[in-house]
Design a protein around this ligand. Structure first.
Ligand SMILES: NC(=O)c1ccc[n+]([C@@H]2O[C@H](COP(=O)([O-])OP(=O)(O)OC[C@H]3O[C@@H](n4cnc5c(N)ncnc54)[C@H](OP(=O)(O)O)[C@@H]3O)[C@@H](O)[C@H]2O)c1
Length: 326
């Protein structure tokens, strides 16, 4: 079968589409014929060997995906012909990823492809919506009337967070560096949209929130964005720390955090028990269906152009990049 494999450490020199044998059956797994795979920045980090605890070569990257069961798992949870999506949890095997034609995947990490969804949507959605849902709910449930700030709002997690926060009845403030993407975020329904480097961002957010500040931040950018997020909180506000696109370190202004009784919560899907991932996925699908929201796919590439798909993900996306395996 064809698989995008990483044979040596440290980046694209060791990563290529290759002919490899179909992996051997693993206990608790079903064999899935992959149809589409959603890319995530962490896949890129794994290829470059900078993902904490990531797989060592040789491995097949890719954590999202959608496909059809070819051989059931030994527990009988899945049957031949079932259309499935792949969820991320603590039992995900990062060495046996989805960027290939067939893969044995943990049965407890598979969920039925939602009715009426194309495979590409099923491949694009799970990781970013589950992350966004965890970030929105970590440290407490959202209440209607809450104000949610999403940084890096045009990315995979950002778009998912905007859609879910709106579906949960909150007011959404979205940040993006690009005017084109800010317009797209208004189109998604975000009530307030700003550039993160707006010199009067704090004033604009105070005005948008009736001088309060925001209740929850989904922080996808990292670096200096984390400190900015603390300054924008209301009293009792919390930040779900998701991403590091602008840097893996960020200074936290301690006094504002203290005087607002703010809280920082790390978000990490790879520590989610599989039952929680399944429960949260059911909630996410119901919210999307009830609110007529769909995964946002920016670009699609064939498996042979996986490297170009990663380049697109690194430069300019609104939503997700998907690799079509079939
Ligand atoms: N903790 C977890 O479990 C978890 C799960 C999923 C993802 N993540 C992490 O969360 C982050 C976002 O993931 P994603 O899938 O949404 O990524 P993405 O699709 O690449 O989007 C990230 C967004 O951040 C903004 N951005 C990118 N580089 C930036 C920079 N240098 N400075 C400022 N803003 C920048 C961009 O928005 P604009 O161009 O519109 O400003 C971009 O659309 C990544 O670091 C990813 O690894 C963590």
């Amino acid at each position: 079968m064809k698989a995008f494999t990483v044979e040596s450490p440290g980046g694209w020199a060791g990563a290529a589409l290759r002919d490899v044998p179909i992996p051997a059956r693993r206990p608790g797994c079903a064999l899935v014929e992959m149809h589409a795979v959603g890319l995530n920045p962490a896949d890129n980090d794994q290829i470059f060997g900078r993902y904490p605890g990531g797989p060592k070569p040789p491995f097949i990257p890719g954590r999202d995906g959608a496909g059809i069961v070819l051989e059931p798992d030994d527990g009988g949870r899945w049957q031949v012909g079932d259309e499935v999506v792949v969820l991320q949890s603590e039992t995900t095997d990062l060495t046996h990823g989805t960027l290939c034609e067939q893969q044995w995947l943990s049965a407890e990490n598979l969920a039925r492809l939602p009715s009426g969804w194309p495979m590409a949507d099923g491949a694009a959605a799970p990781l970013v919506y589950l992350t966004a849902y965890q970030a929105l709910t970590v440290g407490g449930l959202l209440r209607p009337g809450n104000v949610v700030l999403v940084t890096g709002a045009s990315g995979g997690v950002g778009v998912a967070a905007v859609q879910l926060a709106l579906a949960l009845g909150t007011t959404v403030i979205a940040l993006s560096r690009s005017e084109t993407k800010r317009e797209q975020l208004r189109g998604l329904g975000a009530q307030h949209v700003f550039a993160p480097d707006d010199p009067d961002l704090k004033g604009a957010i105070r005005q948008a929130t009736g001088r309060r500040g925001v209740d929850v931040v989904v922080e996808c950018v990292g670096g200096p964005s984390l400190g900015l997020a603390v300054h924008l909180l209301d009293v009792g506000g919390r930040i779900g720390v998701v991403g590091v696109r602008a840097g893996i370190e960020g200074a936290v202004p301690i006094v504002p955090l203290m005087f607002k009784r703010g809280s920082l919560h790390g978000v990490l899907l790879t520590l989610e028990p599989p039952e929680t991932a399944q429960q949260n996925w059911r909630t996410v699908v119901e919210l999307l269906q009830t609110h007529h929201a769909e995964p946002m796919i920016a670009a699609r590439f064939p498996l042979a152009e996986t490297a170009a798909a990663f380049q697109r993900l690194a430069t300019d996306v609104f939503g997700k990049v998907v690799v079509d395996i079939r």
